[in-house]
Design a protein around this ligand. Structure first.
Ligand code: APR
Ligand code: PHB
Length: 390
């Protein structure tokens, strides 16, 4: 089989890339290791920056997002027992949309079917070859076990952090920058109306907690836990008891409901440079990871493929390589801004087991300053709602 762009992974990066290429008249094939049901159900991130919303709208895949997404004009930082609102609209004139990543994925898979080029799901043994030639190849096994091969002009590695494309870059051809955090997040999805109209990021002596949502009937909640915590140690009653303790504030009542889903996610910062090897281009989590505190992961993935699709159009339609040659450097500028913002939010809001009282007072001082100084609040707000594309 021949295609112009072979895309490994049907997450937000791979699917948005396939769609943008299609709009540019460029054909691609998306290979996905999991089933369609699995990727459409997998609960992940839920915040879309304004630039992401605008991109999806311009690409014609935001009808349901515009109907069902929840537009938020601010968030609250909860500390010292009360809420301190960061008013995005007032500070930046911009807003965010709360809309689950798997809803974005569903909408984009539907668009692939409409285009007559659905992803190949349930593939296995995916491997990439001949990356430094002008005809790189992807070998794989299809769902029925037969051998497949895609000969491409370019390969896009959109296969997430645990994918195989990044590992195809030989040692010495890339540098990894990494940071791990001494905690994880335990997240639940609950069949309960949100207890507040906006997200609440809580700094508490027992650890960080986050109140988020997916719809007027479904709440998403997170608790900071130890990095090696087992989900079995957290029956629903223990999760609710801990959420009540950490989210306590005057005039606030946490509404409980049936727990629909729960899981533990590690926290890590990771960047590989450059995001390219020969004719292999990495995008999204395959190239970089941020801790979820800044809500940047899905947005960065989509920002990467916005650039990659334009660069691929220049190559495949005009035989120009300049945009592909600057792809990695241009992406990494936004990536590192998000890396810093996510690290900063994480450092300010979590309890570090080894922190002494001096460090804890610094955290509180930073929170109070961020909440009370207009320039400091604006800095948080402009990063959160998404900096304009460069
Ligand atoms: N072959 C084919 N597909 C693969 C392989 C493989 N060897 N390995 C992984 N995949 C698939 C995964 O099953 C997944 O569907 O690649 C996809 C990668 O998607 P994501 O992990 O969602 O990554 P990305 O598209 O970059 O989106 C980043 O995901 O993890 C969140 O917080 C992160 O919101 C951010 C977003
Ligand atoms: C979510 O709703 O899943 C969510 C929201 C904000 C974050 C992280 C996750 O910072």
């Amino acid at each position: 089989m021949r295609t112009q762009v072979g895309i490994v992974g049907a997450g937000p990066a791979g699917l948005v890339l396939a769609h943008l290429l299609h709009l540019d008249g460029i054909d691609s094939v998306v290979l996905e290791a999991r089933s369609r049901e699995y990727v459409e159900r997998r609960v992940r991130a839920g915040v879309l920056e304004q630039p992401t919303v605008e991109l999806l709208r311009a690409a014609g895949v935001a009808d349901r997002l515009d109907r069902e997404g929840l537009v938020h004009h601010g968030i609250s930082l909860r500390f010292d027992g009360s809420d301190h609102r960061i008013a995005f609209d007032e500070l930046t004139g911009r807003s965010i949309a709360v809309y689950g990543q798997q809803e974005v994925v569903k909408d984009l898979i539907a668009a692939r079917f409409v285009a007559g080029a659905p992803p190949l799901f349930d593939v296995s043994d995916v491997a990439v070859h001949d990356l430094t030639t002008e005809s790189p190849r992807i070998s794989f096994r299809t769902a029925d076990g037969s051998h497949g091969e895609l000969i491409c002009d370019v390969i896009a590695g959109c296969d997430g952090f645990h994918g195989i494309t990044r590992d195809a870059i030989p040692a010495g051809a890339a540098t990894v920058y990494e940071h791990t955090y001494p905690f994880a997040w335990l997240g639940i999805l609950a069949e309960a109306p949100p207890s507040h109209s906006e997200l609440i990021y809580t700094y508490h002596e027992r650890g960080f907690a986050l109140h988020s949502m997916r719809s007027p009937r479904v709440t998403r909640l997170y608790l900071q836990v130890a990095p090696d915590e087992e989900i079995a140690a957290w029956p629903d009653e223990r999760i609710w008891a801990e959420l009540h303790l950490r989210l306590h504030a005057d005039g606030f009542t946490l509404t409980e409901g049936a727990v629909l889903e729960k899981g533990i996610t590690g926290m890590r910062s990771f960047v590989v440079e450059p995001m390219r090897y020969g004719r292999l281009f990495l995008a999204g989590d395959a190239a970089h990871i941020v801790p979820p505190t800044g809500a940047k992961g899905m947005n960065l993935a989509i920002a990467d493929v916005r650039r990659l699709s334009a660069a691929l159009a220049a190559l495949l339609r005009e035989r120009r390589t300049d945009l592909l040659d600057s792809y990695s450097d241009a992406c990494l500028r936004r990536v590192w801004r998000a890396e810093h913002f996510s690290w900063w939010m994480t450092s300010m809001l979590h309890r570090f087991a080894d922190a002494d009282p001096f460090q804890q007072r610094l955290q509180l001082s930073q929170l109070r300053y961020t909440a009370s100084s207009r320039p400091a609040a604006t800095s948080l707000a402009e990063n959160y709602v998404g900096l304009p594309w460069e």
